[in-house]
Design a protein around this ligand. Structure first.
Ligand SMILES: Nc1ncnc2c1ncn2[C@@H]1O[C@H](COP(=O)(O)OP(=O)(O)OP(=O)(O)O)[C@@H](O)[C@H]1O
Ligand SMILES: [Mg+2]
Length: 604
């Protein structure tokens, strides 16, 4: 774990080393002050030599200033090094997360990743700063002060040893007890973040379903659990302070008692006694610091482990040594493909899929909710890798391609798609950052997005809010299709991407595809038969298996599921046409595959 994190100190290594060096000087200078004090009392004031008092006084002042300067420098260097270290760790984690495959992301929750990137890194940053400052300062102070104290009076200093052993036990006991509470506390942080994130991203749904009370209760529960563990940890921690104070005062009483007797018999001078007191305080304060840092470290250890889990997660999307850099054409073949999200061959989400698609073909995919339509197409651009079998493009296994080349040639409009805050143009240029304005207008025309964009006052410079919240569902879908088209891919996959678009526009988009991008292989997942019925072939999926492949006419004759879906949608649309003869009403009430199969349409 330390080795993993050490690498992230990076360019701040020098600063990180400078901080403890300044501290060493600060402590040494600080330790000289009590000695000078005892000189003033015993040899200056004691003998009435004022000149000597002034001389030593000036030296004392200079030493104090030098010590102050070193202290300030140490604090500055430690702050720079720890902030820089945190920056590097965050950048490292963030870049690593970008390489994650979908299954890596499934492994950590999004909220978990957020906590790790924020709270956990801050904990480790604080601990690193503490280590640089306190962990050098405290042991050095302890050792120097002990050494000085023993020099002054070794018999009296034995008192410290007793205190040291006692405090050692107390710290060790607290460390072992408090550690598990901190770990539990961080897991609760994840739960809390998950609750907040889910609520805020889905705030519109929460409001639409008047679920504010439920959400508030959920948040309260997570926050109370966090509070409970924090209180447990703090309860243990509060016992630390009285124990420390008890030890400090016990030491002072013992030293005063024994020291006074020594002064009376003449074994020790008053000045020496004074400096011994100062050293006592130094020793005990450093013990206190060590205890505090120890607690902080046990907390940071849990955080560091959680950070390293992310940093050490190996992405299961690795390129071959000599990847293929060119996708020849849009031929796709699935050869005995089995897939499980959990990599478990006993619990397959897709089983034994054999499917051949020729370059330039339009293929429709139909099936009920959860029949693995999205799962099937996600294997083509390697959003997930097959569990067994192989997916080939132009006769080459997708795992042999350079991942960037592959994803540039296979453009996929995801079912849960998002737009980002920025103008329409900026959003579309995700597809191709060098696209000209003409390219953008062309793809928008293909995706039938031009008609509504032209109606916006700012046209292509219209600002899109985060998540595309200021455009309608159908408009968002058309923008996402345009973005995918801008890549000029060899394979275009639309995962239920026209579900919110009216049937007329849907047909126009398909017509544009047919005429303008005839060489691109098009895979269209849809709930409406009308969206796929003119495809070259239609694949009917059921429960992770292919139930039938054929053209619309063939499937009507041979496939029961297809026929049932078609007939029910025909029936509903004719009912509607009779009652209200508008094309918009068709799409509102058309029966989807889900409702035929008794499923529930999800919220999009
Ligand atoms: N990330 C995931 N981790 C684990 N299981 C998943 C994951 N995504 C989907 N599944 C499961 O895989 C199965 C197929 O899901 P998939 O999303 O492919 O269905 P679909 O046919 O696209 O459904 P829909 O029409 O609702 O989009 C479902 O049983 C689902 O629970
Ligand atoms: Mg799906």
């Amino acid at each position: 774990m330390l080795n993993t994190l050490k690498a992230y100190v990076g360019e701040y290594k020098k600063t990180a080393i400078a901080a403890p060096i300044f501290i060493i000087f600060e402590v040494i200078l600080e330790m000289i002050i009590p000695l000078l004090m005892s000189e003033i009392i015993d040899n200056g004031l004691g003998t009435g030599n004022i000149n000597y008092v002034v001389k030593i006084g000036i030296i004392m002042l200079l030493v104090s200033f030098a010590s102050l300067f070193c202290g300030a420098m140490a604090a500055r260097q430690a702050a720079i090094a720890s902030a820089g270290f945190a920056k590097n760790v965050r950048a490292g984690m963030y870049n690593h997360i970008q390489e994650f495959s979908f299954s890596n992301i499934d492994h950590f929750s999004t909220a978990g990743l957020v906590t790790r990137l924020t709270t956990d890194v801050t904990n480790v940053q604080m601990a690193f700063q503490m280590i640089m400052r306190m962990f050098t300062r405290a042991p050095i102070t302890l050792i120097t002060a002990m050494f000085m104290a023993f020099m002054i009076n070794s018999e009296l200093s034995a008192v410290f040893l007793v205190a040291l052993v006692f405090l050692g036990f107390v710290i060790a006991f607290l460390m072992t007890r408090v550690g598990p509470y901190f770990r539990a506390m961080f897991d609760q942080y994840d739960a809390l973040n998950a609750s907040v994130q889910e609520n805020l991203t889905g705030i519109r749904v929460v409001k639409a379903y008047v679920r504010e009370d439920y959400e508030t209760k959920k948040f309260k529960k997570a926050s109370e659990a966090l509070c409970r563990f924090a209180i447990r940890a703090e309860k243990l921690m509060v016992s630390m302070m009285p124990t420390m104070q008890f030890t400090v005062y016990a030491c002072i009483i013992a030293i005063s008692w024994l020291g006074a007797q020594m002064i009376v018999v003449g074994d020790m001078k008053t000045g020496q006694m004074m400096s011994l007191f100062t050293y006592t305080m130094n020793i005990l304060i450093s013990l206190m610091m060590i205890a505090m840092v120890a607690v902080m470290l046990s907390m940071a250890k849990s955080s560091a482990e959680r950070i390293c889990e992310v940093l050490n997660e190996t992405s299961n999307l690795t390129d071959k040594d000599e990847p293929v850099m060119n996708v020849e054409n849009g031929d796709i073949s699935f050869e005995d493909v089995c897939f499980s999200y959990h990599g478990d061959p006993e619990n397959l989400h897709l089983s034994h899929i054999d499917l051949n698609i020729r370059s330039g073909e339009t293929v429709g995919i139909l099936g009920g909710t959860g029949s693995a339509k999205s799962t099937l197409v996600q294997l083509i651009p390697r959003l997930y890798d097959v569990t067994s079998g192989s997916v080939k493009i132009a006769g080459i296994d997708v795992r042999d391609y350079d991942i960037e080349t592959l994803r540039n040639e296979v453009s996929m409009v995801l079912q849960k798609n998002v737009l980002f805050s920025g103008t329409i143009k900026e959003n579309l240029r995700w597809g191709d950052k060098n696209a000209t304005d003409e390219d953008i207008v062309r793809v928008c025309r293909l995706a039938c997005a031009d008609e509504f964009i032209e109606r916006f006052p700012d046209k292509y410079d219209t600002w899109i809010e985060q998540g595309g919240s200021n455009v309608s569902g159908g408009q968002k879908q058309r923008l996402c299709i345009a973005r995918a088209l801008l890549k000029k891919p060899k394979i275009l996959i639309l995962d239920d991407s026209t579900s919110a678009v009216d049937t007329h526009t849907d047909a126009m988009i398909r017509k544009a595809f047919r005429e303008e991008i005839p060489d691109t292989t098009k895979i269209i997942i849809a709930q409406r038969v009308s969206s796929v019925q003119d495809s070259d072939k239609i694949v009917v999926l059921n429960d992770g298996k292919i139930d039938g492949i054929g053209t619309h006419e063939e499937l009507l004759k041979t496939n029961a599921i297809y026929r049932e879906v078609y007939e029910s949608q025909q029936k509903h649309s004719s009912d509607d046409t009779e009652s209200e003869n508008t094309s918009e009403s068709l799409e509102e009430t058309e029966t989807s595959v889900e409702s035929v199969k008794g499923g529930e349409t999800d919220e999009r």
